[in-house]
Design a protein around this ligand. Structure first.
Ligand code: ZN
Length: 247
C-alpha cells in the first residue's frame, strides 16, 4: 500500500533541488501522495504543474502563515484559488507565539477560517503556543482540521481531539519526552505522517529528503512494535476522510 506525506512544502524545496527525480525515487519506495502547502506567490505555478503530474499525486493547500516572514500570499490570492477549486484545504494557518502581534494574527486566522467555511474546505493548522486560544476559536467552526506537526502538551492534544481533527506525526515527537503524546496520537487513530520538508530543512549531502516520511513511519512502528502496514492503512483511511480520495 502507498504512503502519503501529509504535510510538506514541495514548491519551496523545488527551488534548491529538481523535484522530478526526487518524486520518482520516492514513488519507487511507495511514497506517492503528498499534501503540500503553498505559502508564497511564486510557488503557485509550480503547484499547477505538480498537480498535473502522473506517477505521484500532489494536492496542495494555501494560506497566510502566522509566523513565516517570506509568506506573501494575500486574501485575494486565496479567493482566486478557492474559486478555481485548486486547493484541497486552506493552510497552513493558525497561531504562533513567535508573532508579537496577536490581534492582527488572530484576525488573519479568523478570516481564513471564514473562507474555508464559505468554500467548504478543510483547514491545515499550525499551532505553536496559544493552544487554548486556538481551541476557543476553532470550536466555533464545523470544519475538518489537520493539525500539522503538533508537539504541544498532552492535555491540549486531548482538547483538540474534541474537534473534527486529524494530526500529522512529525520527527519532532519522536523524542523521548514526547512519548506520551505520540502514544495518545496513535491511540486516537487520527494520525497521518509528515516530513514538513522545505529547502531550509535539507541536511547537507541529503540525497532525497522526500524519503523522510517513511523513516518517521518506520520509527513509530519500531517504537511501538507495530506492523508498519497497519500504520499505512490507518493513514490511508484518514487521508480519505480528509481529501475524499483513495491512496
Ligand atoms: Zn509546514
Amino acid at each position: 500500500m502507498n504512503i502519503c506525506d501529509a504535510h510538506c512544502h514541495l514548491a519551496n524545496l523545488a527551488e534548491i533541488m529538481p523535484l522530478q527525480p526526487l518524486l520518482d525515487a520516492a514513488a519507487e519506495q511507495n511514497i506517492t501522495h503528498f499534501l503540500s502547502s503553498a505559502l508564497r506567490k511564486n510557488e503557485l505555478d509550480c503547484y499547477q504543474k505538480l498537480t498535473q503530474r502522473t506517477g505521484s499525486k500532489v494536492l496542495y493547500s494555501a494560506g497566510i502563515h502566522p509566523f513565516f516572514e517570506a509568506c506573501d500570499l494575500e486574501f485575494a490570492d486565496l479567493e482566486t484559488l478557492c474559486k478555481q477549486a485548486a486547493l484541497w484545504a486552506i493552510g497552513e494557518i493558525g497561531l504562533d507565539r513567535g508573532n508579537p502581534e496577536y490581534a492582527v494574527m488572530k484576525d488573519i486566522f479568523v478570516r481564513q477560517l471564514e473562507m474555508a467555511m464559505d468554500y467548504r474546505l478543510p483547514v491545515v493548522l499550525h499551532i505553536v503556543g496559544y493552544q487554548q486560544q486556538a481551541f476557543d476559536i476553532l470550536r466555533s467552526y464545523p470544519i475538518r482540521y489537520l493539525i500539522h506537526g503538533y508537539a504541544g502538551s498532552l492535555q491540549a492534544f486531548k482538547t483538540f481531539t474534541r474537534l473534527d481533527s486529524y494530526f500529522t506525526i512529525s520527527e519532532r515527537i519522536l523524542r523521548e519526552d514526547k512519548r506520551d503524546l505520540l502514544k495518545a496520537m496513535l491511540k486516537s487513530r487520527r494520525f497521518l505522517f509528515e516530513s514538513d520538508i522545505t529547502q531550509y530543512y535539507v541536511h547537507e549531502g541529503e540525497a532525497n529528503p522526500l524519503l523522510r516520511v517513511k523513516a518517521v513511519l518506520n520509527k513509530v512502528a519500531e517504537l511501538f512494535s507495530v506492523n508498519p502496514e497497519i500504520l499505512i492503512k490507518m493513514q490511508a483511511a484518514n487521508y480519505k476522510l480528509l481529501t475524499g480520495q483513495d491512496i
